[in-house]
Design a protein. Structure first.
Lengths: 109, 587
């Protein structure tokens, strides 16, 4: 059995540079084999534990990717990776920008 | 003999030429690809640490990423497969196999439409060479004295690996000012010139001549002089040339020290008139560098990075994130001017369905996109207003390519529509938007007073204004030398802009390259320009120039410039003023 989830990339620079490294390091922490495909461009699915393979997807902000995991911790792997992609992979996301800080900002501005 | 390339990192250097080749010295081979990859990865991580210790975090990330690439499962699996198929343990054959695999992966990245990813291809090739070098036991022959590197291309990992002080300068036959090699050279303060056509052949020939002329004794190394500002490399400079370069080097050091001391202080003339100095940025990540260089705000935040190189328009949320990041970085007291997308037919976007134009620089570009469809720009204005609320700052927005009064009316309508739609949806937004326009079309400069009544500020785009006033394509290399922004016609257009703005009491900034040139900046302040915005790297020099001149002297300069017959005459009088105010002995 395996688990597959589709998720939209929301962070501004997509699966490039630092966000890609964050993603690959997270994927590498699971025992399950994890694969990822760029649904928007119709790419083949590639090893999510390979930075070179992930970069080669050319996955930009707004693209949809499909994560599939196969192995012991497959459910947890797919769910966790989908969550961190949705949360912007450590890059400022629109949600952060519009969220809590709005409430914190001085009413005088 | 003098060779020309592109300036890539500022500064001047003279010294012996060092040819970078990595096949010179033999050490012990390590005929095990995976073990070699582990060692390469460890070396790259320690390079990252070393560069990070110098405070260059962005450059360190290049090496962090390369360390990951070195032990990449896809790369190593393919290398294993290739090694198995050739069935040999000969270190040279293994090394060749690793390099071939890395090259193939690099080609896949280079073929992607995204230029940032394509730039990673060079990093992958460099990783492949490093692993191959370890497998084959090849080492880089280090320069035996501080030298100027001469190479086809010099990977950043090699630059960072050399002991500090070993590289006086870098001259490359290939490369570009935006390559990682150039970025690192700037970060480490090593002067560099790239894209020097025929470099290697010329250096070969010069070295052969020396050997022939040397007679019995072994000739010393070829001496070269490198100028990272004009983008030139002199092979075997004369005593006078060497002397001149060394004097410039000394003056640069002295000026650098003074300029650094001025950092953190606002731009101000010798007689105490404030001239805010701001930075131009093209991505949110550049905000940190601008702040570090003492920018008093962002005078031009180009937003094209959000729109180009993709198949669909950026979402409003994605834009909010990018704008809010910069607004937050600069806080409430330092303004950030966000320019609406300056897009046109020269770089058509797949999701805009623009018609092909014969003359895209005179076509539907910038604000003119709204003649046909306002939705793209309206979304951008909404995002800017939301980002202001998210960051607790008052965003400034600026429209490019404004040429008529109707353009300004339309801009105000779009802003009103965007704000009303946010209010209708109950979205949090900035209470206030400061709305300005770029002055880059002659018609806008000539009708500045009428336009000034409708907006909060002007910002002169001197690059486009020059090309439109002089009718000279600034991307045409045959016109580059004559398309000078200091032409009196361009200055008269800027003067008209300032007069129009003064009539309505709105400020005028300049955000083109003219502001980054100390001579240009001197003339602009003399013309009555209130603020200057430039690449962060130019702030020190302009701040220093301003600190040495008085407003009356600059006004006198501007009057002479307006009355001049040519750009050359303007340059001569500006050069005389700026040099006269330099410290004694600093020529």
């Amino acid at each position: 059995m395996s688990t597959a989830i589709e998720v939209d990339i929301r962070n501004p620079s997509g699966l490039h540079a630092r966000p890609a490294a964050v993603f690959v390091k997270a994927a590498s922490g699971f025992r399950a084999a994890v694969r990822v495909a760029n649904v928007t461009t119709g790419s083949a699915d590639v090893n999510a534990k390979s930075i070179l393979a992930v970069l080669s997807l050319g996955a930009s902000s707004g693209h949809r990717i499909r994560l599939s995991a196969d192995g012991d911790d497959e459910d947890e792997a797919a769910r966790f990776l989908a969550e961190i992609v949705a949360a912007g992979l450590g890059e400022a996301s629109a949600k952060d920008a519009a969220g809590s800080e709005t409430a914190a900002c001085d009413p005088a501005t | 003999m003098e060779l020309r390339g592109l300036p890539a990192a500022p500064g001047v250097a003279t010294g012996p030429a060092w040819r970078y080749r990595h096949t010179d010295v033999r050490g012990t081979p390590l005929p095990d690809v995976r073990a070699a990859a582990d060692r390469a990865s460890a070396e790259l991580l320690s390079l990252a640490d070393r560069v990070r210790a110098l405070g260059r975090n962005d450059e360190a990330e290049i090496f962090d990423a390369q360390a990951m690439m070195a032990v990449d499962p896809m790369l190593l699996d393919e290398a294993d497969a290739r090694v198995a198929s050739i069935g040999t343990a000969d270190p040279d054959a293994l090394a060749a196999a690793v390099e071939a695999v890395a090259r193939a992966v690099a080609e896949t990245l280079a073929a992607l439409p995204d230029e940032v990813l394509a730039a990673r291809a060079a990093d992958v090739r460099d990783v492949g060479s490093r692993i191959a070098r370890i497998v084959a036991g090849r080492e880089i022959a280090l320069p035996d004295r501080p030298s100027i590197a001469i190479a086809d291309d010099l990977p950043p990992s090699v630059t960072a690996e050399l002991p500090p002080g070993a590289l006086l300068g870098i001259a490359l036959e290939r490369g570009s000012p935006v390559s990682h090699a150039a970025i690192l050279a700037r970060g480490l303060g090593i002067p560099a010139v790239v894209a020097i056509g025929g470099l290697l052949a010329s250096v070969d020939a010069a070295e052969r001549d020396r050997e022939r002329a040397g007679g019995d004794g072994t000739p010393g190394p070829l001496i070269v002089g490198l100028d990272g500002e004009s983008g030139t490399l002199v092979l075997g400079p004369s005593a006078e040339q060497l002397d001149a370069l060394e004097r410039r080097q000394q003056r640069r050091r002295a000026q650098g020290a003074i300029a650094r001391e001025l950092r953190g202080r606002p731009g101000m003339t010798a007689d105490g008139i404030a001239v805010p100095l701001l930075a131009n940025i093209g991505r949110p990540e550049e905000a940190a560098r601008a702040l570090e260089a003492g920018a008093e705000g962002v005078g031009l935040f180009r937003t094209e990075f959000l729109f180009i190189g993709r198949s669909d328009a950026p979402s409003e949320d994605e834009q909010v994130a990018a704008y809010a990041a910069v607004l937050r970085a600069f806080g409430r007291d330092r303004p950030v001017v966000i320019r609406l997308a300056d897009i046109g037919g020269d770089k058509p976007l797949p999701y805009l369905h623009q018609a092909v134009e014969d003359n895209p620089f005179l076509g539907v570009r910038g604000l003119r996109l709204c003649y046909e469809d306002r939705s793209l720009i309206r979304t951008q204005v909404r995002a800017i207003a939301r980002a202001g609320a998210a960051a607790g700052a008052v965003p400034h927005l600026m429209a490019p390519m404004v040429s008529t009064f109707e353009d300004v009316t339309m801009l105000r309508e779009i802003v009103a529509e965007a704000l009303a739609s946010l209010d209708g949806a109950g979205e949090a937004r900035a209470d206030q938007l400061v709305v300005g326009i770029m002055i880059e079309v002659p018609s806008a400069a000539l009708c500045a007073a009428e336009l000034a009544a409708e907006v909060d500020f002007f910002s002169v785009g001197s690059n486009d204004l020059t090309q439109y006033v002089l009718a000279m394509d600034r991307t045409n290399p045959r016109l580059a030398a004559v398309a000078d922004a200091l032409h009196p016609a361009v200055l008269r257009a800027i003067r008209a802009t300032v007069e129009g703005a003064d009539a309505r009491g709105i400020p005028v900034a300049v955000c083109g390259e003219l502001a980054a040139d100390p001579l240009g900046a001197a003339v602009l302040v003399g013309l009555g320009v209130d603020e200057l915005s430039m690449d962060a790297g130019a702030l020190d020099e302009v701040r220093l120039m301003l600190s040495r001149v008085t407003v009356p002297a600059l006004r006198e300069l501007a009057s002479a410039a307006l009355a001049a017959r040519s750009a050359a005459e303007v340059r001569a009088s500006a050069g005389a003023l700026v040099a006269r105010d330099a410290p004694a002995g600093g020529r």
